[in-house]
Ligand binder design. Structure first.
Ligand code: SF4
Length: 376
């Protein structure tokens, strides 16, 4: 399990290593076709800042070599904001006396239809808070059963589950799982997640192993930028990615590093700020480090950043997202989990990507592939 590997990696020493990288280390990493985590540290370090243009060119090259010019479009649907956790940075935390919603099967269906009216989306991400009693595996299975009538590629972003539960949801059409570790700083993790199941660091970080054991086709991982030293967190995610790739080599991986915005959701202030240039550096570094990983940007990022990065390394984007449950049809005015910065419609996004010379893709998975996989 990755928690055992993580015990061997010191947070402080990793931070120190990143900040001691030199110009020479950066040039060595740039000259390599296959970088290791140590090279990745150099590319992420302040010493690489003068090489941003060179990194952008390399990132574009590797991205186009592997993905062509495609950008896969997806849309999230929040099924519920009911949550038993108390993440200090989230407006859905248990102590917030807000109205809670759990979409009924009828409401889900209305939401799916409303999404289809926005654009021919086939990639749907179902999102929940953590309330296994009210929105657990049977509830998710139902949501998937209904969704598969409308969408080909179904992913979930929900509480970490047991391996057998992931396997069960695969039977209901689930093709991928996204989970945010938020931060790999084990001690500080407890400060941000003081109560509920999410306070168990090991359960969360080892959830990725359980996804791998269940043979989940696509695993998305992420850290929330704004909690701890971002460079160290992104490096820890790179260690985790390499570990998973080695162990569960048939799985496809994606990474996310969304930036928390100041004072979103009830006033939690980010502890660290990642500038636009640093976001670009992290994206390029990730692509140079891993030519195959999907790099995903959500609508948390503003249009000008998304447009720029769409040609330089990003391969997956959400569009026209609502971050409140039932936000497309049932409860369009409810409290959002976070405010979106890119408010363009899916169709506007599609045309903008075309203008930028990209090929926006609504569908990159066919439900019938699941049948082939079952018989492999
Ligand atoms: S971040 Fe997720 S788990 Fe934490 S309080 Fe918000 S909805 Fe619940």
């Amino acid at each position: 399990m990755f928690s055992e590997e993580l015990e061997k990696i010191s947070w402080d020493e990793t931070t120190q290593k990143i900040y001691s990288k030199t110009d020479r280390d950066v040039r060595r990493a740039l000259a390599k076709e296959h970088c290791n985590v140590d090279d990745f540290m150099a590319l992420l370090s302040p010493a690489a800042a003068p090489y941003l243009e060179e990194m952008a060119a390399l990132s574009r090259h590797y991205t186009e070599e592997r993905f062509g010019k495609t950008i896969s479009l997806f849309i999230p649907l929040y099924l519920t904001n009911s949550c038993t956790n108390s993440c200090v940075y989230c407006g859905f935390h248990i102590s917030n006396p807000m109205a809670r919603t759990i979409l009924t099967p009828e409401q889900m269906e209305e939401e799916y239809k409303a999404i289809k009216a926005l654009g021919p989306f086939e990639n749907l991400l179902l999102v929940t808070g953590e309330n296994p009693a009210k929105a657990g595996v049977p509830y998710l299975a139902k949501a998937l059963d209904i969704a598969k009538k409308y969408f080909d590629n179904l992913k979930i972003e929900v509480m970490p589950l047991k391996a057998e539960e992931y396997a069960e949801l695969k039977e209901h059409g689930m093709n991928g799982v996204i989970c945010f570790q938020e931060t790999y700083h084990k001690e500080r993790y407890k400060v941000y997640h003081p109560r509920g199941m999410k306070s168990n660091f090991e359960w969360r970080v080892n959830g990725f192993d359980r996804m791998g054991q269940a043979g989940v086709h696509s695993i998305g991982m992420g850290v929330l930028i704004g909690l701890e030293e971002w460079r160290t967190d992104v490096v820890m995610m790179a260690y985790h990615l390499r570990y998973l790739q080695k162990k569960y080599w048939r799985t496809k991986y994606s990474v996310n590093f969304p930036r928390m915005r100041p004072a979103e959701n009830g006033g939690f202030q980010p502890n660290v700020i990642m500038s636009d240039k640093e976001l670009a550096q992290a994206t390029f570094a990730m692509r140079i480090f891993d030519h195959d990983v999907d790099i995903s940007y959500s609508t948390r990022e503003p249009p000008f950043i998304r447009d720029n990065m769409a040609t330089l390394g990003v391969t997956t984007m959400s569009a026209e997202s609502k971050t409140e449950p039932g936000g497309y049809h049932t409860y369009p005015q409810a409290l959002e989990q976070f405010h979106v910065s890119d408010e363009r419609t899916a169709v506007e996004m599609f045309h903008r990507l075309r203008e930028l010379g990209r090929e926006p893709v609504w569908k990159d998975w066919d439900a019938s592939f699941d049948l082939f996989r079952k018989h492999e």
